[in-house]
Design a protein around this ligand. Structure first.
Ligand code: PMV
Length: 341
């Protein structure tokens, strides 16, 4: 193959899991399957300049500022994926990335970040090895993104996306993500809001690498992995029927279980803040009083993802969020997204 200088750019969204991935084996194999919504508006935009035949090195800039730590992480990642992209160490890279959401928001920037890098690599690869089909290219990008950050592999597709082998999802794999079949999804789930309440902007108390690692010694881990696998049975049914009440029960249970696993690990971590608990209680009171479908999910941090459908009740819900919930955020911050597909 011939290698020449080129610059490519790509954009990739983040995602939020409904059935959570928490715990993994070697080579980024998930301990259980997960399903997520791709966040349409929370994106990372990345440009990658490749300078052929220079000694291998990586330079990275996040929102214009050079980031040496991130560059080291990417260098390690590129060495790790050389077996799949034989040309990858034959040049120098200048990578510039920018998020369309606040860095400290707890929105998974590693998912959108590695997703965008994997897409850039696939573009370079097309220049070297010839154009693959779009399907092949997305699958390989998902495979490569997974090796950077597990949940990133789900960001390569729009809508509802599954990663990890599940008996309930045809074609599902531990090695890459697949789109959940749109024909099997009730319309009410195809136009959904995700508003992230920025409860706490500080550093997370546990990185996801450490968090996954703690599952290796958690006595409840095996039962949890089994539960996540089992949860695909009702999830499939719910997605088809549009049963919102059951959806809410399952999604909130998944979020609280993720946090419970962290509380039960050794050492223990409490990833919620006071504001997180206040918001959860207010959501539950609101639901009890109004019957409207406002509910939450959480990542491995204190911020709360507020989920609600666009089913005619959204104006009342938005008013409730803006008047009752925003006061619990650090800088009255909320990142709004709508997942439409
Ligand atoms: O992709 P990682 O290694 O950062 O793990 C992310 C795990 C959660 O966000 C907490 C859950 C998930 O499935 O995305």
């Amino acid at each position: 193959f011939t290698i020449h200088n080129q610059t490519v750019s790509e954009s990739c969204p983040s995602n939020i899991a409904l059935i959570k991935y928490w715990g993994k084996y070697d080579n980024q194999i998930p301990a259980n399957p997960s399903i997520s919504y791709t966040l349409n508006h929370c994106k990372t935009n990345t440009s990658m300049e490749f300078l052929a035949n220079e000694p291998f090195s990586v330079q990275t800039f996040l929102a214009g500022n050079e980031e040496v730590k991130f560059a080291e992480k990417i260098e390690k990642y590129f060495k790790n994926i050389e077996q799949y992209l034989p040309w990858i160490l034959k040049g120098k890279y200048i990578i510039k990335t920018e998020n369309t959401f606040p860095h400290s928001s707890g929105i998974a920037s590693s998912a959108s970040g590695f997703g965008a890098i994997a897409k850039c690599l696939m573009k370079l690869d097309a220049g070297f090895s010839g154009d693959p089909s779009e399907e092949e290219s997305s699958r390989k990008a998902s495979f490569l993104a997974r090796l950077g950050s597990g949940s990133a592999c789900r960001s390569l597709y729009n809508g509802l996306v599954v990663w990890g082998i599940s008996d309930e999802v045809e074609g599902s794999s531990d090695l890459f993500a697949v789109k959940y079949p749109v024909a099997e999804i009730h319309d009410v789930f195809k136009n959904f809001n995700d508003w992230v309440l920025l409860i706490h902007e500080g550093q997370k108390s546990v990185s996801s690498t450490v968090g996954h690692g703690l599952m290796n010694t958690n006595p409840y881990a095996e039962r949890r992995f089994q539960e996540a696998r089992e949860n695909f049975v009702p999830m499939k049914e719910i997605l088809k029927s549009g049963n919102m009440e059951e959806f809410i029960r399952l999604v909130e249970h998944e979020a609280l279980t993720l946090h419970a696993m962290m509380m039960m690990s050794d050492p223990a971590f409490i990833l919620m803040k006071t504001g997180t608990l206040e918001v959860i209680n207010k959501i539950w009171d609101f639901r009890r009083e109004t019957g409207l479908a406002l509910f939450f999910t959480l990542d491995a941090g204190a911020n709360v993802h507020l989920l609600f459908p666009n089913d005619g009740s959204e104006e009342k819900i938005k008013t409730f969020i803006e008047t009752e919930l925003l006061q619990h955020t650090q800088k009255n911050g909320v990142v709004k997204d709508v997942m439409k597909f």
